[in-house]
Structures are given as C-alpha cells and as structure tokens.
Write a protein that binds this ligand. Structure first.
Ligand SMILES: [Zn+2]
Length: 309
C-alpha cells in the first residue's frame, strides 16, 4: 500500500496581503521538495472540492454561508486582523476540506496506507463559528467527524504539533469524548490558549505547552511522557496529524528549535501508535510553517517517514 499525496492548484490561488507569512510560495516550496525522486512512489491525487455539508460537520450553516458570502470578486477583504479572503480563497478552503475528507475516505477504506494533504490555508485556529489565525474551516476537525459519520470510526485522535495551539480544534471537541485532541505548542504565543490545565469536559483534551527556546530534547520528552501514553490509552480508530512545521528553528513566527529529524521521529511514533490501535490508519493535514526552507525540508522528512522510508 502506498502513501497518498493530496493537493489542488486552488491552494496557490488564495492571495494574502504583501508580506503575509501564509503565502502561496509555501505550497510551491512543498511541491518542489516532493518532486525529488525519493518520492516517486507517492500516489498523487487532485483533491475534490469539499461540500458545504462537509463543512457543516463542524461549523453551523450560517457561518459557512457567511464565509462564502464574504468572498470578494476582486481585491482582499479582511475577516479578522490577520485572516483575509481574496477571489481565490473560497475555492482553496473548500478544496482543503475536500482534501481532508478524501484522505479519510482513502485511508479508512484501506485504499491507501496513509495520506498527506498539502493544502493551504491552514485550519486549526478556526472555531465553530469563528475564522481566525489565517484559518476559515477546520480541516482536521472535519476529517475526524467525517471518519466517524461516514466510516463508523468510534474514537479519533488528533495530534497537533503546529507551534501554535489549535484553539479551534480544542473548542470544537471540548465536550466530545469521542475525539481526543492533543497539542504540543509554544506558550505563551498566539492564540493564547493551550495551558496544561485545559482538559475538556471529559478529559480528552491534552495540552503540552513548551517554552520559547525549547528544542528536540524537551519536545521529545513531552511527546513521550505527556502525549503518547494518553493517545495509547485512548486506542483511536484513526490518527489525524495537524502537521504544522513552524516549530522548526528557522521559523519566523515562533521560537522553538525543532529540526527535520524531530518531525520524522514524531511521525514514526504516531505511525507505531496507529499500527497498534488503528490498523495503521493515519491522515496528516498541513497546517502552518512559514520559513520556506524549514517547511519544505520538514515536510520531506515527514512524508518520507509516512512512506516508511
Ligand atoms: Zn502555526
């Protein structure tokens, strides 16, 4: 079985203001890195466009329609301080949803061993009815609910190693014992949530905050002591990674010092967990990562690990 790489050209058409870190060059850098012959056996597919019904697995119809209605015919419209829509944004975010859902379909039915969605903008800051932090619809959360509703997954684990806390995913699943959300992130940092004391209504939220300057050792210790035992005890039917690469030492938006092998290591740990409890089923969804070299090399290490290379 193969690793699936899902993308769509609309990911390049979401324009952001000049100088904005969340830019189309991120996807170009990822695509260039994955063109290397080491990735020749990846199964590459074009993402279908997600539907409003899929968006509504996690967001109210009124919110989804408000985002669609805000889509400009030209220029940029600000949704919040750092989240803007261009004429290409709606198609990009819907294909991001479609990519996440398709990844789940292919992995849950056993047609792919695992999958990586290389779409932008990211999604983990999007709350039930609030766009923020470059995010509109929460792709990882929608993927989890889709796995439950379309494929009968009972327990889904979302592991978020983006350097920012995934406040949106936490908010969506705060009272849902069937989805475990675990995050390693720098704190204090945007968006301000993610203290270890935030545990959710059923104790299925696991936050492992790290401090500015922390690197590989602290990250791996926290991953092994605070996160992995909780994931193993949860026995997920599917593992979803909110894969941001802005904890890389080169990243301009944060101050952790991870290197590419750390992402490969964490990927392997989650694959072992998925092998033990979930028949290997694992879906990874691109979130942040704003230094083009750090992002592309880290994605390469991550996807190589997914391919068991
Ligand atoms: Zn981030």
């Amino acid at each position: 079985m193969t690793t699936l790489l899902i993308s769509h050209p609309s990911g390049l058409q979401h324009a952001t203001p000049a100088g904005h870190p969340e830019r189309a060059d991120r996807i170009r850098a990822v695509e260039r890195a994955l063109e290397d012959e080491r990735f020749a056996t990846l199964q590459r597919v074009t993402a279908p466009q997600g539907t409003m019904a899929q968006v509504e697995l996690c967001h109210p119809a009124a919110y989804a329609q408000a985002i669609a209605a805000a889509s400009p015919e030209q220029g940029l419209v600000a949704i919040d301080a750092d989240t803007t829509m261009s004429p290409g944004t709606l198609s990009a975010v819907l294909h991001g949803v479609g990519a996440a859902v398709h990844a789940v379909d292919e992995v849950m039915t056993g047609r792919a061993a695992n999958a990586f969605s290389a779409m932008r903008p990211p999604g983990h800051h999007a709350e039930t009815d609030r766009a923020m932090g470059f995010c509109f619809f929460n792709n990882a959360a929608i993927a989890a609910r889709h796995a439950q509703q379309a494929h009968g997954a009972e327990r889904v684990a979302i592991l978020d190693w983006d350097v920012h806390h995934g406040n949106g995913t936490q908010e969506i699943f705060w009272s849902d014992a069937s989805v475990l959300y675990a995050s390693l992130h720098e704190m204090p940092l945007f968006p301000g949530t993610g203290a270890a004391s935030e545990r959710g209504e059923h104790g299925t939220i696991v936050n492992a905050p790290l401090r500015a300057g922390d690197g590989s050792d602290v990250f791996r210790d926290a991953f092994e002591s605070a996160v992995l035992p909780r994931l193993a005890a949860f026995r997920p039917d599917l593992v979803i990674i909110s894969a941001g690469f802005d904890a890389h030492w080169r990243d301009p938006l944060a101050n952790l010092n991870l290197k590419e092998p750390d992402f490969a290591w964490a990927t392997q740990k989650l694959m072992e967990l998925a092998d033990r409890h979930a028949g290997g089923r694992l879906v990874s969804i691109l979130e942040g990562g704003y230094d083009l070299e750090g992002l592309s090399k880290s994605v390469a290490a991550h996807v190589m690990a997914l391919m068991r290379g």
